[in-house]
Design a protein around this ligand. Structure first.
Ligand code: SF4
Length: 284
């Protein structure tokens, strides 16, 4: 079968750098802890764990005086403070684009109510909220906007500053942005669409590719929000879309009669998995 790999498929610069820094850290020292999964990809995590990385989900589980990696998604301001109190050395792999949002939010929180458009429970969104302080609200769906407005009213502020999780759906962001302007009509609203360019390009390429192939294969970790979003986008256009983690997930699928397959992969999918999937599809 002819196979086309979408442009921008796979690991982005931010994740690549986070993995490199983590690999260097575990190579040089034994007791390296990471708060949460470095990236949302099981294969990469298993590999790093095999090299000695210890993953914990609460900073209290990081021993005093040890070294701790902050992953590409970033962490709340309070984690940096707690690390300092516990004499924990931070190896910060937060992506530059995420740091830039933290800095913007820190500045805006002085006189504005902050709205983060993102997924509830996504570590990156929570990191932005953690920098935004108490006058902030996380919006994922249109239904959240009224509650956000009520929270805004209680603050007595007149300004609203809106940012986004870098991997949020661009289409959904635009819908929510319109609704925010409608609902916060009396407020002074500034919207900063902080979706990462790579994410936008990848989503556009995914849609374009889905139109010209018989099958779409989206590769990404189960926990990877940006990969899941790619699969949703592909599925809206190409009904033969499969969301997989590794080549093994393709083994029970019958590709009879198809001529062309497209591959798209999320920000944390390593190149070698993309290559394995390509090879498999070329041979079916
Ligand atoms: S998707 Fe963009 S913001 Fe997120 S880690 Fe990659 S480069 Fe950074």
């Amino acid at each position: 079968m002819e196979v086309i790999i979408g442009k921008y498929a796979g690991v982005c610069g931010g994740v690549k750098l986070a993995i490199q820094k983590t690999e260097e850290a575990v190579k040089n020292e034994k007791n390296i802890f990471c708060l949460g999964d470095v990236v949302h990809n099981k294969q990469i995590i298993d590999n790093l764990k095999a090299k000695g990385l210890k993953i914990v989900y609460d900073i209290k589980d990081v021993p005093v005086g040890s070294k701790m990696i902050i992953r590409a998604h970033g962490e709340s301001e309070v984690i940096y403070e707690l690390a300092k109190q516990r004499n924990i050395e931070i190896i910060d792999t937060t992506c530059g684009s995420v740091i830039s949002i933290h800095n913007k939010v820190k500045k805006a929180r002085e006189d504005s109510f902050i709205i983060v458009i993102g997924e509830k429970n996504h570590p990156e969104s929570l990191s932005h909220l953690g920098f935004a302080g108490i006058n902030s609200y996380l919006i994922e769906e249109e239904d959240d906007i009224l509650d956000a407005y009520m929270a805004f009213e209680e603050t007595g502020l007149s300004k609203v500053y809106v940012v986004s999780q870098t991997t949020f759906s661009s289409k959904k962001f635009d819908i929510l942005e319109k609704e925010i302007y409608t609902n916060f009509i009396e407020a002074d609203v500034v919207v900063d669409k902080t979706i990462c360019n790579v994410t936008e390009f990848r989503q556009e390429e995914c849609k374009r590719l889905s139109k010209v192939v018989d099958y779409m294969v989206v590769i990404g970790g189960e926990k990877s929000a940006n990969s899941r979003k790619l699969a949703e986008l592909a599925n809206e256009i190409c009904k033969n879309t499969y969301f997989i983690e590794t080549v093994e997930d393709l083994k029970n699928i019958c590709f009879d009669g198809s001529k062309k397959a497209g591959i798209m992969a999320g920000a944390s999918t390593p190149d070698y998995i993309i290559a394995e999937v390509k090879k498999y599809l070329e041979e079916v």
